[in-house]
Design a binder for this molecule. Sequence first.
Ligand code: NAP
Length: 265
Amino acid sequence: MRVGIYHNDVPASLPIVAQLKAELTHAGVPIDQESPEVVVSVGGDGTLLGAFHRYIGLGDQVRFVGLHTGHLGFYTDWLGSEVTELVQSLLSDNGQRVSYPILQMTTTTKTGETNRYLALNEATFKQPVGTLVADIYLGDQMFEGFRGDGVAVATPTGSTAYNKANGGAVLHPSLSAIQMSEIASINNRVFRTLGSPLVVPAGQKITVKPQIDKFLITCDQLEIFAQDVVSAEFEVADQKVHFAPYRHLNFWKRVQNAFISESLG
Ligand code: NAP
C-alpha cells in the first residue's frame, strides 16, 4: 500500500513526520507523495483540509488518516505519540473505509465559463468590507434577497466549524445534505431573509447570485478567484471523502469532547 504524508510546519509536527517516515521505511511501506492510497495528515483539522485539497483529485483511490499534534479533532483520530500504533494499523490495512458527503460548488462567470470546486468543510460568499447583496435560489425558485456579511454552505462534517459559529445545526455525517447559514444578515422592515439555517438534501441545489461586483468566495481555507463570477451552485457532490477507520471516534463523542467536556462519557 502506498502512503502519502501531508503535514504542517509547526515545530511539534516535524519530529513526528520524521518518525513516521522512518517507521514506514523500516516496515517496507512505500511513501508515494504523487499517487498515494492512504494519506496521513500530520497537524490539525486545518492540515487535513489542506491534504484533502491536495489529494481529493485522485478520487476514490485515496483514503485519509488524521494524526493530530495537538488535541484530537474532527478529522483526526490519532495523537502524535501514537505513530507506532498507526504504522501497525497501516500494515494490517484491508481497504476498510468510512465515507462522508462533501460539497460541490460550481461557479459561472459573465462569459459563461464554469469552474467546479469540492469542499470538505464549507464554501462561503463574503463581503468583508461592505455588505454582500445576493439573490438566493432554492432549486429554480428565487427564495430571498440577502444582505449582510455573507453566507456559508457547509457539509455535515463541516457543520461543527464555521457553520456552527453562524448558529447552524450540527449534522451527523451520515446525512447526505448541505446546510446554508447566514453570516450577520441585515434584517429589518426593508430587508428580510429567513434568518435561520437551512438544510437541503442531496439532489437539490442552492444558488447564490451576487448583485455586487466585489466579494470573496472561499472553499475551506482557500480563497477562490471570484472575479466575474455571476452565480454559484451548491449541492452534495457525487464524490465522497473516504477515511481509513483503523480507529474512528464516534461523531457525537467528538462533538462532546470538542464542545462540552472531554471527561464525559
Ligand atoms: P484556522 O482559522 O487556522 O482554524 C480554524 C479552526 O477550526 C481550527 O481550530 C480548526 O481545528 C477548526 N476546524 C477545522 N475544521 C473543523 C471542523 N470540521 N469542525 C470543527 N472545527 C474545525 O483555519 P484552518 O485551520 O485553515 O481551517 C479553515 C476552517 O476554519 C474553515 O473551513 C472554516 O470552517 C473555519 N473558519 C471558522 C470561522 C469561525 O468559526 N468564525 C471563521 C473562518 C474560518 P484545528 O485546530 O484542529 O486545525
